[in-house]
Design a protein around this ligand. Sequence first.
Ligand code: ADP
Ligand code: MG
Length: 252
Amino acid sequence: MTLFEVRNLGRSFGGIQAVRDVSLSVAEGEIFSIIGPNGAGKTTLFNLVSRLYDADSGQIVFAGRDITRLAPHRVVELGIARTFQNIELFENSSVLHNLLVGRHCRASTGFLSELLFTQANRRVEIEHREKVEGIIELLDLQAHRNAPVGGLAYGIRKVVELGRALAAEPRLILLDEPSSGLNAEETEDLAFWIQDIRDDLGITVMMIEHDMGLVNMVSNRVLALDRGQVLAVGKPAEIMENPRVINAYLGG
Ligand SMILES: Nc1ncnc2c1ncn2[C@@H]1O[C@H](COP(=O)(O)OP(=O)(O)O)[C@@H](O)[C@H]1O
Ligand SMILES: [Mg+2]
């Protein structure tokens, strides 16, 4: 079943066509990677999907629903969460607090029940805690749960950001260069987590990534982007042997 689809999407900045007539579709349960040289338009594509930018043309469809003009918080509520190329967390707050913030979109109790601190509200609070504790366990963050994020090693902060996105309980998660800045061992852990996220949590994954070893290991399909346009889509091995893809990377 197709979970996510982009049709003829376009966006330019001044004279630069960052994303040009891009179409793609992702099946539920897929790990779908996007590769391409710097400036290819990969992050812009994610920014269009998470609705930080407006598209100039085209359509974005998620779970059968047109989300092209939806507000960003509605996109998260519907089930698309993301991480950023440059980590975006509350640096002075603890890991636990950052993950609880990630649950914000799932906060269903209203102002009045908060005021009265009802039984129902307490139940919801406990539910949030349990969900977050589950993520802390999944990502092996127990040792850091009360530490301020700003003091943690870069590799750990990347994992916390992944956890914050998972806390939103997405159906689709967008990861922008999850392995950048990680060492070989951390990248290996990441590969297993990405597969766990799909296999155990049932979350579909779209990932922008430069590490071809990681792409090759986890991806069902890979899309190569160059100068805002789709060069090729296919199985990892096909894409890595594709002369047009090789050429784009070598800048020939
Ligand atoms: N907010 C913006 N304002 C102006 N130009 C932008 C903006 N965001 C992206 N671009 C331009 O769009 C192109 C694609 O950028 P980006 O999507 O970040 O590429 P990638 O993530 O593939 O490296 C680049 O030329 C970049 O300078
Ligand atoms: Mg980018």
